[in-house]
Design a protein around this ligand. Structure first.
Ligand code: HEC
Length: 477
């Protein structure tokens, strides 16, 4: 049998809407003036009711006066996730709980005004609007323009009291060397605390996290189970019977920790006097390959002798199974060997693995493709992409499809290589190449045509095509 594998690493940027941007309303470091510059500062005002009933919708306007004064655009954000900004047809469009201009608009009588709506939260408290208005010269570029900023605080009255988080979530342990940690949180409400439900989710992180229990009152103490090493931000939502909620987050670092050593072959057969090569792979608590330790102390309980390289030379006596052990850093893994007259299966040929794309020196951001060709005389059992010697994606079975979130990778220079293992555990490593990983969240240059906060996902797919299905003849080395 012969297998052929192609791995492709693809990423897609998230795009939002044709016109307008969100994320530049003045509530964060980046504003319209990150890109637009040169013009005079306009005056921007937000008008509308400064008091709203809980759950009521109010009509608001953002007005731009002064500055270059030819064409204007806007972006409004709100500080409360329980409030909702809504678009008004022709004037504004909502996206990600912000609104932006539906289309850039000409100044008339020295001003440009955009209408939008605010749906108040179902509970009392202050809500703050952030408004950006860009006064442009209409040259279709970012030069000669400038944005001004303002805020408007609206007090919400009536409604019920939202729950609050009394004790922010804490993880024990906070730095996890296994796959689980205990997290607890304490909430409160105007109703008894027992009526609150606690719902946990992953805010950011390299892999899925499950929580048990979840979505109940008892979930104020939960166990989180991780699928990958790396930094995770976990979010809890305490929700009352009215659907009002309070959120909080906790940062949990899962450290890739040596937990085991996999020895291959698991059961080896060898003729008297012949050689059988054993190999070992250090793995973390998720089964990902660790590049260190890379040397192992080998021993065998009988049947022959094993060298420090894992090379077993059988004695002349038939028998077994004898236990072959690899030890490193206080961990051990075992395989077996039998000395037999007739060997049934032996695959001693490692796969070959070649990195086709990306090429050394390439700069990668947004979409990119990594192709790897893996060949083996028996079968590919595992393909693993290592980025800076840390396992970034693993495929162990069809459909040979993996995802890596670029956001979890460190930007800058990165060494990329691929490990391949065949069914017998023979291992191959592609040459490492150096690429530059760029920040994938940089807004697109098509002015106001792409939303910020985009994320990229690398999709790694491994296609294994069986070229022929024929038992291999075993040749002694
Ligand atoms: C990431 C860079 C970037 C940011 C941030 C940005 N813009 Fe722009 N904007 C552009 C570019 C590039 C153009 C020109 C091409 C186009 O119109 O798509 C443009 C054009 C415009 C125009 C048309 C200008 C004209 O002269 O006709 C308006 C209006 C506008 N932007 C409003 C805004 C507002 C409002 C904000 C902030 C909320 C903002 N932009 C933030 C890049 C940006």
């Amino acid at each position: 049998m012969r297998f052929f594998a192609v791995l492709s690493l693809l990423s897609t940027a998230a795009f939002a809407n044709q016109l307008g941007v969100v994320g530049y309303a003045g509530n964060s470091a980046e504003t319209c003036n990150t890109c637009h510059s040169g013009g005079a500062m306009p005056t921007v005002s937000l008008t509308g009711p400064t008091t709203l009933q809980a759950g009521q919708t109010g009509d608001y306007r953002l007005t731009v006066t002064g500055g270059a004064g030819s064409r204007a655009g806007m972006n409004v954000a709100v500080d409360s996730p329980a409030a909702q900004l809504l678009g008004v047809a022709g004037d504004s469009v909502s996206f990600g709980n912000e609104v932006h201009h539906a289309a850039s608009r000409a100044f008339t009588s020295g001003r440009a005004t955009f209408a939008f709506k605010l749906l108040a939260p179902p509970f009392a408290g202050p809500v703050r609007l952030f408004g950006a208005g860009n006064s442009c010269n209409g040259n279709g570029s970012t030069s000669g323009d400038r944005a001004g900023f303002t805020t408007l605080t609206i007090s919400i009255t009536g409604g019920t009291t939202a729950p609050r988080i009394v004790t922010a979530p804490t993880a024990t342990p906070e730095t996890v060397t296994t796959a689980t940690t205990r997290i607890s949180v304490v909430g409160a409400d105007d109703q008894p605390e027992a009526a609150l439900t606690y719902t946990w989710s992953l805010a950011s992180g390299p892999g899925a996290v499950t929580f048990a229990p979840n979505g109940t009152n008892t979930a104020k103490q939960t166990t989180a189970t991780f699928a990958r090493a790396g930094e995770h931000v976990v979010r809890v939502l305490a929700t009352d019977a009215q659907g009002q909620s309070a959120a909080s987050t906790v940062r949990i670092v899962v450290q890739s920790t040596l937990t085991g050593i996999a020895v291959t072959p698991q059961i080896g057969e060898v003729k008297p006097g012949d050689v059988l090569q054993f190999s070992a792979r250090a793995q973390d608590q998720f089964g990902s390959t660790l590049m260190t330790p890379s040397t192992f102390t080998w021993s065998v309980t009988g049947g022959g002798a094993i060298a420090s390289t894992g090379r077993f030379v059988a004695g002349m006596r038939l028998g077994g199974p004898h236990v072959v052990q690899a030890v490193a850093a206080g961990r051990s893994g075992a395989g077996q060997v039998r000395v037999v007259q007739q060997v049934t299966v032996a695959d001693l040929t490692p796969p070959s693995v070649t990195l086709i794309s990306p090429r050394a020196g390439e700069k990668k951001a947004g979409r990119f493709l990594v192709e790897v060709k893996v060949d083996d005389d028996v079968g590919v059992a595992r393909a693993e992409v290592m980025i800076n010697d840390v396992s970034a994606a693993v495929a162990t079975a069809a459909p040979w499809r993996l995802e890596v979130d670029v956001a979890t990778l460190q930007k800058g220079t990165a060494l990329v290589k691929v490990l391949a293992f065949d069914a017998a555990g023979n291992r191959a490593e592609s040459a490492a190449i150096e690429v530059t990983l760029d920040d994938p969240t940089t807004p697109g240059p098509a002015g106001c045509s792409s939303a910020p906060g985009g994320f990229s996902v690398i999709v790694l797919s491994v296609l294994v095509r069986r070229r022929s299905a024929r038992a291999i003849a075993v040749r002694r080395p």
